[in-house]
Design a protein around this ligand. Sequence first.
Ligand code: SER
Length: 319
Amino acid sequence: MKQEKVIILGAGGQIGTELTMELRKIYGHSQVIATDIRDASDEVKNSGPFEIVDVMDTAKLNELMKLYKVTQVYHLVALLSATAEKNPKFGWDLNMGSLFSVMDLCLENGVSKLFWPSSIAVFGPTTPKANVPQHTVVEPTTVYGVSKYAGELWCDYYFRKKGLDVRSIRYPGLIGYKSIPGGGTTDYAVDIFYEAKKHQKYSCFLEADTRLPMMYMTDAIHATLQLMDAPADQLSIRTAYNINGLDFTPAELAAAIKKHIPSFEISYAPDFRQQIANSWPGSINGDLAAKDWGWKPAFNLEAMVSEMLENTKVPILTA
Ligand code: SER
């Protein structure tokens, strides 16, 4: 087993919940310190060290990093797209401020690797809509997208100027059954499974034909671990890697669910999140991630839907 001490900031969130458990399998349960500003799942809390910490509390974070002699950091804390639009200043302060302090703490504490997630939200209305290449027009129109793109550039800067081995991925919308997303524009693609199983119907906050890049959580976790494991000299990107996964519209997802639950019906009531979704591309080209560190997604739409329907914990009502 590798001798690393890993700290996860935001371990109670959508990615953190699953990533913590995978990292504990790899490095040993006591070697992976889960932290969050609030409670995390019982599984996360009971399977290894867990600490409550606000990522903006630099002094406390520094203390923890020293106490545990941390060698790797996963900084997953962020305000997602929809929530950040409601509170732009706080979204910027949290997303950017925490990245700065975590990068500086990594340097101060001799951390060997930092993972920080970026997002397809870095793209904007002037980006091509389909099969978006790694290098393209990037003019985000959401606070979240602006903070993620600025963050990517700062990651690259810290790598070049200060030698910090920071690695990042532009995650698409992530779909999993172990944790619920909060405040994102792609959250409908998780909510729909709960409603399909509970009520066999779902009112979607995006229009039927809104195509967005998505990914099953198992693939996203795999990508993250694969990138973090890759030899540093193989990585040509120090902003954030595009990765390809699924892409579908709410209507296509509903049709795939209907194959399992024939009575399922979707309706549409677009809200402010439609505008955010409209500014994003529909599909992503991940060729460079494939070339540099062997990225390849395993889940297609059908496989993802089957796993979600099987595992989402809600009893199916029988009429
Ligand atoms: N899932 C995120 C959101 O919708 C995109 O990174 O905000």
